[in-house]
Design a protein around this ligand. Structure first.
Ligand code: PGA
Length: 257
């Protein structure tokens, strides 16, 4: 069975003091009883990685970054390399739809970043998913497969990869995709593309998460699906109580019996 994850993507929210307070609340709320069988990952803004690392030190909570550049160092004003992040983080979110559609990152750059992240020893949480227009054209599966194929073209093995299926139209809207629509992609297009690339055995160990308006009320509907190993949570991860509930539900549904 692939590992299960609950990932909080804080996006461009929380100042440093607020980030430390949020991380501490999550840490305290997960202390006892500690949820079993779920990896809890929080992804604060870059400037809060170091203080949040201190705030969660000694706890099982892992840190992720929300982005990384494709080069190890050099004249790339404003960028942060995966090598720099490797001192703090185990994970890095790449290919998020806000990077693709708001910042204009193309699939070539996302592929370079993915290779660089793996080379630096980080686990990429690769986000894929179609726009509403692509879905309405009937292209959701094809777009998702292409995004995975392109991003992973230079990544020779599946070990350490995490895929997050985040249909663009479900992110931040309060209206999640239906579990049936998600499973169609997570059990179909995503698993098929991974299996074509890495073979059945290796690809079956890659966790596939759902993201898009996940909250404590709807997360169980996704977690009950065998093709979904957890959630990538935006808005609800900024509320310690809600995120803790999501982590606990993930452990309950996906963790050891
Ligand atoms: P949301 O964001 O939970 O606020 O929809 C999810 C994401 O963008 O990762």
């Amino acid at each position: 069975m692939p590992p299960c994850l609950a990932v909080g993507n804080w996006k461009m929210n929380t100042g440093v003091a607020e980030a430390v307070a949020l991380a501490s609340s999550i840490r305290n709320g997960l202390e006892s009883p500690a949820p079993r069988g779920v990896e809890t990952v929080i992804c604060p803004p870059f400037i809060s990685l170091a203080p949040v690392m201190d705030a969660i030190s000694g706890s099982p909570i892992k840190l992720g970054a929300q982005n990384a550049y494709s080069r190890p160092s050099g004249a790339f004003t404003g960028e942060i390399s995966p090598q720099m992040l490797a001192d703090f983080c185990q994970y890095v979110i790449l290919g998020h739809s806000e990077r693709r559609h708001v910042m204009g990152e193309d699939e070539g750059l996302i592929a370079e970043k993915t290779v660089a992240a793996v080379a630096a020893g980080l686990q990429p949480i690769l986000c894929v998913g179609e726009t509403l227009e692509e879905r309405q054209r009937g292209d959701a599966g094809a777009v998702t497969r292409r995004q995975i194929r392109t991003a992973l073209a230079g990544v020779p093995t599946a070990g350490g990869l995490v895929i997050a299926y985040e249909p663009v139209w479900a992110i931040g809207t309060g209206v999640p995709a239906t579990p049936a629509a998600v499973v169609d992609i997570t059990a179909g297009a995503i698993r098929e593309e991974l299996a074509d690339r890495y073979g059945e055995t290796a690809s079956s160990q890659v966790p596939v998460l759902y993201g898009g308006s996940v909250n404590p009320q709807n997360v169980a509907d996704f977690l009950r699906e065998p093709s979904i190993q957890g959630a990538l949570v935006g808005g609800a991860s900024l509320n310690a109580g809600q995120f803790i509930q999501i982590v606990r539900l993930t452990a309950e549904i996906k963790g050891p019996a």
